[in-house]
Design a protein around this ligand. Structure first.
Ligand code: NAP
Length: 336
């Protein structure tokens, strides 16, 4: 299929419908998710003069907002704090007219247009939608985790690292998140013990080099956490050596779990095609199984999950939404 190059037109488009039958305002584009993918989509859509709404969920800024420093987003050679980057994305989107609302989507109906998006505080309608709900940290699913979540067990070193000044913490996982956040935790903790299920890290080499050179970091290889221990507070983890089957206890004041992500697709399960891991299925133009609904960022990307990649797919999704609406408006003008 030959794809026509997209020309961004800055003139407002004629819109056949500005309000639906019930009088609710109809947006040209509703973006669900306020991380790098959603906010980049908002920048592109609002510059294309689409009436654009971003519903950020309860955690505006997405994953970068929970990241200490982002060093691999181009244009910031000294690095930039995740929070600062997230705020810059948002103000850039708002500068061009996108409406950014903190509201959590609870249900959607993509069976007819305008699409319906129900959130905690209101119902919204949109002629097109970009889903950019990202992914949330996977949990270990072991005894003690739920009980101590938020008070000794965390997936956010930026949020909770400060509480572990001069303490000992365990980090579970061997990917970029575990190692980058483990390094960050050495600013506070007296010792950071990384528990990893293999004897090799998955993390990028530069993180590995930094971690191995850090005198506060120690590694427990070939081990999985089986239980988080403690009465009032976390006091330790029980780990099992996956090679020998032996169990032992590591004393610790806190546990940071970085074992990958789970896509935020619960509310879309009966509306969009998902793959077996729960990610939204997209073609290379960010189209989903429903015409007019596009997708961007980590919610469709089990592989790369980088801020720059999420932003790139957000741009494509917005351009495709603009193309879709242009065709729709042209058709409805001809018909009208
Ligand atoms: P990830 O790359 O999927 O790594 C998850 C880690 O957890 C792996 O080491 C995995 O072990 C381990 N693991 C998975 N399930 C487990 C279980 N049930 N029990 C014990 N260990 C388990 O996830 P991530 O580190 O969150 O990174 C996600 C994405 O974000 C990646 O693409 C990463 O590059 C990116 N990221 C980038 C940066 C950066 O560049 N600044 C920072 C953070 C994240 P195995 O290795 O054995 O599979």
């Amino acid at each position: 299929m030959k794809i026509q190059p997209l020309v961004m037109d800055l003139e407002p488009k004629a819109r056949p419908e500005e309000a639906d039958a019930e009088g609710a305002e109809v947006y040209d584009l509703i973006i669900i998710g306020g991380g790098p993918a959603g906010l980049t989509a908002a920048i592109y859509a609002s510059r294309a003069r689409l009436k654009t709404l971003v519903l950020t969920g309860s955690l505006p800024g997405g994953q970068p907002a929970n990241t200490d420093v982002v060093e691999n987003y181009p244009g910031f050679p000294e690095g930039i704090t995740g929070m600062d980057l997230a705020q810059r994305f948002q103000s850039q989107a708002e500068r061009f007219g996108a409406e950014v609302v903190i509201d959590e989507v609870t249900a959607v109906d993509f069976s007819e247009r305008p699409f319906t998006v129900r959130a905690r505080s209101a119902m919204y309608r949109g002629q097109s939608v970009v889903v950019a709900t990202g992914a949330v940290p996977r949990r270990l699913g072991v005894p003690g985790e739920d009980r101590f979540y938020g008070r000794g067990v965390s997936a956010c070193a930026t949020c909770d690292g400060f509480f572990y000044k001069d303490k000992r913490v365990v980090v579970v996982g061997g990917g970029d998140s575990a190692i980058a956040e483990g390094i960050f935790l050495t600013r506070f903790a007296r010792e950071v013990i990384v528990v990893h299920r293999r004897d090799q890290l998955r993390a990028t080499k530069i993180y590995q080099e930094q971690a191995f050179a850090n005198p506060k970091m120690r590694f427990v290889w070939n081990a999985v956490v089986e239980e988080i221990l403690g009465e009032q507070t976390v006091t330790g983890v029980r780990v099992r050596d996956v090679k020998t089957g032996e169990t032992s206890i590591i004393e610790t004041d806190g546990v940071f779990v970085y074992i990958g992500m789970v896509p935020g697709t619960e509310v879309f399960a009966d509306q969009l095609e998902l793959d077996e891991a729960g990610y939204i299925v997209a073609d290379r133009h960010q189209h989903t199984s429903v015409p007019g609904v596009f997708v961007a960022g980590d919610v469709q990307d089990p592989e790369y999950r980088q801020v720059v990649v999420a932003a790139g797919t957000g741009a494509v999704a917005a351009m495709e939404a603009e193309r879709f609406l242009s065709e729709y408006w042209q058709t409805s003008h001809q018909e009208g």
